[in-house]
Design a protein around this ligand. Structure first.
Ligand code: NAG
Ligand code: NAG
Ligand code: NAG
Ligand code: NAG
Length: 431
């Protein structure tokens, strides 16, 4: 006491200030704080621990604090009297007088908050967090093409999601490739996607009370849609070229006497030339599509020019044969004749070569992914069947005319037929 009495007034003042401050900060006796919130799923029960045996203490009070001031839950006055429970908790709150704990049943999301129990000079707070369990994540990916940026998205429809973790074939993904899109979705970036990105991707969404995992098998395509169209066009062009090659070769292989002539020859020539013309146009378009995707290159531009030229020439030949057959007899120019007789076979060759180049390049692109190469069997078979049909019809008509020979209109057309079907050194018209 002498010590205190000896203290200077300044020290006394300071001590009082400290006591006042401590009193302000701790209006209640020090609360026993539990470590971290208690997590529960919606609909479950939670036992909030009390202060111990309450039968001897005067009273125990449970309150709910959620930011808008304490809300009473129940008041127990000790002894054998039943506790007074707030109507909002009637039927849901069960008090254990032996240890002062509160069992809260069928909890809802709105029950999240702090629960305080006070008894005598003691109090204790427990944090409760009520969550919906996470639902099964949905994994989806846009069509992933090698060389282009792509992403796999994991989305959780229900439940607060605390973390989303990714794995590819059981391994964690490359650092920096994962980004959280929103509270409930996450994206894995593949920029650019490569063959090595093929595999099984899993996404594990979790919160404090639950976790769910989904997996998705991801295949990287080597070819974009445009390149697939390019491939189809090149393949169809090849089929057209091969069928028209038959239309060009068969008359040449026939003996001079039995050679197809007259109207039938006209139809055959027009058809084969038309086919070659379409094949050139298709192949040209395929080349343009390829350059659109891969950028221009001399290896494609030069065939493009040749194909454009051949498209025009074969078109002119086809239309002339069908609409102005008489013009053929008037073609005196040797050069024009040569052009005519070389145009169709040359175009067939050009289409075959440039298609082969395109298909090979496309196949190389395809190797960048891990999907199977596009199956073109059906396309080839159906195109060949459709395109060969008119050729077959002409062949049948020819068989019929051969079996019952009528008068042949062996005028100028025989000469042209001779010229057209026999490209070679003898390409002059005897006039
Ligand atoms: C309190 O008592 C009840 C019933 O006697 C018991 O189920 C519960 O586990 C006890 N709580 C604590 C925190 O000991
Ligand atoms: C609680 O305290 C009362 C009186 O002090 C005693 O009779 C009772 O056995 C105690 N209960 C428990 C569970 O300790
Ligand atoms: C606190 O809880 C009461 C009753 O559950 C509710 O009406 C109120 O909106 C809540 N306040 C906050 C800030 O959550
Ligand atoms: C998913 O994540 C949770 C929480 O991080 C973890 O406990 C669980 O084991 C994970 N599941 C799998 C299959 O890895």
């Amino acid at each position: 006491m002498a010590q205190i009495g000896a203290a200077s007034p300044r020290q006394v003042l300071l001590g009082t200030a400290w006591l006042l401050l401590a009193g302000l900060l701790l209006p209640f006796p020090p609360a026993l704080e539990a470590a971290g919130p208690v997590l529960r799923a919606v609909g479950s029960s939670v036992l909030l621990p009390g202060l111990g045996n309450t039968t001897h203490s005067r009273s125990t009070r449970w309150e709910f604090l959620n930011g808008s001031g304490p809300l009473p839950i129940l008041q127990h006055l000790g002894g054998v009297l039943p506790p007074a429970i707030h109507p909002a908790y009637a039927g849901r709150a069960l008090f254990h007088p032996s240890n002062g704990s509160l069992l809260l049943q069928d909890v809802r999301e709105s029950d999240s908050g702090t629960y305080r129990v006070t008894g005598g000079r003691e109090s204790r707070e427990t944090q409760l967090e009520v969550l919906y369990p996470v639902s099964r994540p949905q994994l989806r990916a846009s069509s992933l093409v090698a060389g282009a940026a792509g992403r796999v998205v994991c989305e959780v429809a229900e439940g607060r999601v605390d973390s989303i973790s990714w794995s590819k074939d059981g391994q964690p993904p490359a650092p920096g490739s994962v980004s959280r899109l929103s509270g409930s979705s996450s994206a894995l970036q593949l920029s650019p996607a490569t063959r090595s990105d093929c595999g099984s991707y899993s996404c594990n969404a979790s919160n404090g009370i639950s976790w769910q995992e989904s997996s998705l098998e991801i295949a990287i395509e080597g070819l974009s849609h445009r390149l697939k169209h390019t491939l189809r066009m090149a393949v169809v062009a090849v089929v057209f070229a091969v069928v028209s090659a038959w239309g060009l070769i068969i008359p040449v292989c026939q003996s001079q006497k039995l050679r197809i002539r007259g109207e039938l020859w006209r139809w055959l020539s027009c058809y084969t030339c038309g086919l070659v013309c379409i094949a050139c146009a298709l192949d040209g378009t395929a080349g343009v599509l390829w350059m659109w995707e891969e950028g221009p290159s001399v290896a494609v531009i030069l065939p493009e020019i040749t194909l454009s030229y051949l498209t025009v020439v074969t078109f002119l030949v086809a239309t002339t044969v069908i609409f102005q057959p008489a013009d053929f007899s008037h073609l005196k120019s040797k050069k024009a004749q040569r052009t005519m007789s070389y145009a169709a076979p040359g175009a067939v060759l050009a289409v075959l070569l440039s298609s082969a180049f395109l298909i090979r390049s496309i196949h190389q692109r395809h190797e960048g992914g891990c999907t199977k190469f596009m199956d073109v069997t059906v396309l080839v078979a159906s195109t060949a069947a459709v395109v060969a049909l008119p050729l077959l019809a002409i062949g049948l008509c020819y068989q019929r005319t051969q079996s019952c020979p009528k008068q042949q209109d062996g005028s100028w057309m025989d000469k042209v037929s001779f010229e057209m079907s026999e490209p070679g050194p003898k390409d002059t018209i005897p006039s």
